[in-house]
Design a protein around this ligand. Structure first.
Ligand SMILES: Nc1nc2c(c(=O)[nH]1)N[C@H]1C(S)=C(S)[C@@H](COP(=O)(O)O)O[C@H]1N2
Ligand SMILES: [Mo]
Length: 384
């Protein structure tokens, strides 16, 4: 095994208290491209890396193991993709409150961002390394590892995806050096992170040290014993222990949409006096984007009306949407939303409860609005 030097100059946070936060609902749906204020999801401290010293190792079942400096990656053909990055635990708060207690960070709707990522296609680097495994002939995976810091559940952070996806340029798996045209920040994985469009954020390994072609999935805890949909009868960690190895790792994320703003329970002006503008985002299923339609129902899902999608989405992006309501309103009025993507996937009513609270995609919901005596919350200005 290669020795991977630690290129961190200093760490932000600790293994015990990593940085985990999400933007406010207003900020979340402020613009189609998310920029400064985005969610942070960490299982350990944030390394601040010296990119001049950083080497990306490519090894395992390859003809040519590689040791690639960041500067060399900059010299390879660059590729850009607009893609959403979403934590598998996004919306966990809704699953917990609508269904039953779950175990994990209490993410609301904000563990997702949409950005333009640029760098080198993973398929380009794998071609240079020449994998000796044939995905058509048997199990084959590409594992991504970051050894800069231990994590809460393992000695490092890692994840993997099938080799077939990694080799397919059409899947646009990226070794990202930039976000929205600028070098990644330390929080986003500087100097290099993986972006796997359509796939749970857990595989988007930040501060990437090593890419390994191998028969098995990554042996890291976050591939093996987390980020999986446990069956509904599993209700505690002890029961989960017997299940992890039998279940598939989360890969593609499901079709989804939420109402982000306003939030349930706030005061608004009577919509008959001043139209109520509700807005949210919608995400396609895996590679089946873009989201082509978002609908809103005010009668429990009996009838649906189209929301407006001011900026059309792309294959891997989210869309932001808006719906203007001018009808009567009381605390029981409930708005539901559902998305449909190009592949024909449409969100359904119920979310599948699971102990880890991952991949929740029940209809988005807004309820409990109260008509303000004077003036309700002010509409926000959005650049859709
Ligand atoms: N090295 C490393 N990469 C990581 C993680 C981590 O803790 N360490 N967290 C993963 C998870 S679970 C998610 S959802 C995304 C979050 O990326 P962000 O912090 O840029 O939002 O990074 C992934 N990559
Ligand atoms: Mo995540």
């Amino acid at each position: 095994m290669v020795y991977v030097p630690r290129t961190t100059t200093w760490f932000d946070g600790t293994v015990e208290k990593p940085l985990n936060r999400e933007p406010s609902p207003e900020t979340l749906v402020e613009s189609f491209i998310s920029d400064k204020d985005v969610y942070d999801r960490n299982h350990g401290p944030i390394p601040h890396i010296n990119a001049d010293k950083h080497i990306l190792y490519v090894d395992g079942s390859v003809e040519n193991p590689l040791e690639i400096p960041i500067a060399y990656l900059e010299s390879l053909p660059q590729h850009s993709v607009v893609a959403a990055l979403q934590c598998a635990g996004n919306r966990r708060h809704t699953m917990r409150t609508k269904e039953k207690e779950v175990w994990g960070i209490d993410w609301r709707n904000g563990a997702v961002m949409n950005a333009e990522w640029s760098g080198v296609l993973l398929s380009t680097v794998l071609e240079l390394a020449a994998p000796t495994l044939n995905p058509a002939a048997g199990p084959a995976h590409v594992a991504f590892s970051c050894y800069q810091t231990p994590t809460q559940d393992d000695g490092y952070y890692g994840g993997s995806i099938p080799l077939s996806r990694a080799l397919d340029p059409d899947m646009e798996v990226l070794l990202a050096l930039r976000m929205n045209g600028r070098p990644l920040t330390p929080e986003r994985g500087y100097p290099i992170r993986v972006i796997v469009p359509g796939v749970a954020g857990a595989r988007a390994v930040k501060w990437l040290d090593r890419i390994t072609v191998q028969k098995q999935e990554s042996s890291n805890a976050y591939q093996q014993r987390d980020y999986k949909i446990l069956p509904p009868q599993v209700e505690n960690k002890e029961q989960a222990a017997a299940w992890w190895h039998q279940l598939p790792s989360l890969l593609e994320m499901p079709i989804n949409s939420v109402i982000a703003y306003p939030e349930s329970g706030v005061e608004v002006t009577d919509p008959r006096v001043s139209p109520l503008e509700i807005m949210g985002y919608a995400l396609p299923q895996g590679s089946k984007g873009p989201v082509e339609r978002v609908e809103v129902s005010t009668d429990g899902g009996a009838t649906w009306k189209n929301a407006e999608i001011p900026t059309p989405g792309s294959r891997w992006s989210w869309v932001l949407w808006r719906y203007v309501y001018t009808g009567p309103l009381d605390e029981r009025t409930t708005f539901l939303c559902r998305a449909t993507d190009r592949g024909g996937n449409r969100q359904v009513a119920g979310g599948q409860w699971n102990l880890r609270g991952v991949a929740y995609n029940a209809y988005g919901e807004l309820t409990g609005l109260r008509v303000a005596k004077r003036e309700g919350i002010r509409p926000i200005t959005v650049r859709l």
